[in-house]
Design a protein. Structure first.
Length: 330
C-alpha cells in the first residue's frame, strides 16, 4: 500500500506553547528551493510522495486555461481558490457557470455551508440550505465544467480520471513538476488528486509563480496570468481573515494551503517552500512556511514578524493570550 512518510522520517516543525509549557508538537517535512530550483534546505523526508490536496489547484486551473478557456483576474483566482463561501465568491462561481450556460446542478463537488460564518448566518436567516456553490472548491469545479463546454467534452463524468479534462490536468502536473505521480486518489471535493514529492510540488509551484503572461510559450503565458490573478486578488483565493488571503495581500507571495497540513509558498524571485505537517493540522503551516522563506532571504523577517498577529497563532486561556504557536525547526 502506498503511503506518505512516517513519523521517524519527519522532524519537528512547530510547537504549541501554553503558559511557558510546550503542550503539542507538529512534526512534518519541508523543502526550500532556491531561485534556480536547487534545494537550499531539506527538513525531514522530502522525497516520499504526499497527496498535495488543494495545493494541486493551480495546476488544475492551468489545465483549464490551456484548454481554450480565457480566465483572467478574479475568474482565474476563483478557479484556484479554496474560498470561504462569501456572497462575492458565490457570485464569481455562478458567473463562470453562466458564461457557458451551465446549471449549478452540474457541479460535482458536495453541497456545503460557507466557511465564512457571517455568510453562513445570512443563509440560515434566509431559510436557505447547503449548496455546492458555497463549497470551498466550487470555483475549480465551475472552471472545469466551462472547459468541458468549450471543448465539447461530456459534463457527465468530468471527475473521472479517464475524462479528457483530467488527463489534461495530469499532463500539466507532470510537465510543471517534472514527476510522474506515484499514486492517485480522490480528493475531498471529488476530483482526482496525484501524489508528488515535496520537491516536485515545490518545483511545479515555482514554475507557475515565476511564469510571465508575455511568455512565448502558451501554457506558461496562462500560468503567468494565473500568478498575476492570485497576487492581485488575494481575497478570492481564501477569504476575509484567512491566512492565504492575508499573506497574498500583505507580502505578495504566491501561497496555497491544502488539507491535511500541506502548504506551498513562492516569492517573486522563485524561492519556494513546500511542506506537510504530518498530523494533518494546518494551524502552524503558514508561519512555518513564512519563517523558512525568511531564513532563505526570500522575504523580510521583519515583515513576517509584523504579520504574525494576524495569523491566528495565539493560544488563549481564560479569554486572554497565554501562549502561541511557533516554528521550532532547527
Amino acid at each position: 500500500m502506498s503511503e506518505t512518510f512516517t513519523i521517524t522520517d519527519a522532524v519537528e516543525l512547530a510547537v504549541v506553547e501554553r503558559s511557558g509549557f510546550v503542550e503539542s508538537r507538529h512534526a512534518g517535512s519541508a523543502v526550500v528551493l532556491g531561485s534556480n530550483g536547487e534545494v537550499l534546505r531539506a527538513l525531514g523526508d522530502i522525497e516520499t510522495p504526499i497527496f498535495p490536496r488543494s495545493t494541486l489547484k493551480p495546476f488544475q486551473a492551468i489545465a483549464v486555461m490551456s484548454s481554450g478557456v480565457t480566465l483572467r483576474g478574479e475568474d482565474a483566482a476563483i478557479a484556484t481558490a479554496s474560498h470561504s463561501g462569501t456572497q462575492k465568491h458565490a457570485d464569481l462561481v455562478r458567473g463562470l457557470l453562466a458564461r457557458a450556460g451551465i446549471n449549478e446542478s452540474a457541479l460535482g463537488c458536495p453541497a456545503a455551508w460557507p466557511i465564512d460564518s457571517a455568510s453562513r448566518d445570512t443563509l440560515v436567516r434566509l431559510g436557505a440550505g447547503k449548496s455546492a456553490v458555497y463549497m470551498e472548491c466550487s470555483g475549480k469545479h465551475a472552471a472545469m465544467l466551462v472547459a468541458c463546454v468549450q471543448n465539447g467534452w461530456s459534463l457527465t463524468g468530468y471527475l473521472d480520471p479517464e475524462h479528457p479534462l483530467q488527463k489534461r490536468v495530469l499532463d500539466v502536473v507532470e510537465r510543471f513538476t517534472g514527476e510522474r505521480p506515484a499514486a492517485s486518489g480522490i480528493d475531498g471535493c471529488g476530483t482526482p488528486v496525484h501524489a508528488l514529492t515535496l520537491t516536485g510540488l515545490a518545483r511545479g509551484v515555482a514554475r507557475i509563480a515565476t511564469s510571465k503572461s508575455n511568455s512565448p510559450f502558451a501554457i506558461y503565458r496562462e500560468a503567468g496570468f494565473l500568478a498575476e490573478a492570485v497576487r492581485e486578488n488575494g481575497w478570492v483565493v481564501a477569504g476575509p481573515g484567512l491566512s492565504d488571503s492575508i499573506v497574498i495581500d500583505r507580502l505578495g507571495l504566491f501561497i496555497k494551503g491544502g488539507a491535511e497540513g500541506v502548504m506551498v509558498a513562492s516569492a517573486d524571485n522563485g524561492m519556494t517552500v513546500a511542506l506537510k505537517i504530518l498530523d494533518g493540522n494546518l494551524r502552524a503551516a503558514t508561519v512555518v512556511a513564512l519563517s523558512l522563506l525568511a531564513d532563505a532571504g526570500a522575504i523580510s523577517r521583519a515583515d513576517v514578524d509584523a504579520l504574525i498577529p494576524e495569523l491566528s497563532l495565539v493560544v488563549s486561556g481564560g479569554g486572554r493570550p497565554v501562549g502561541s504557536i511557533r516554528p521550532s525547526y532547527t
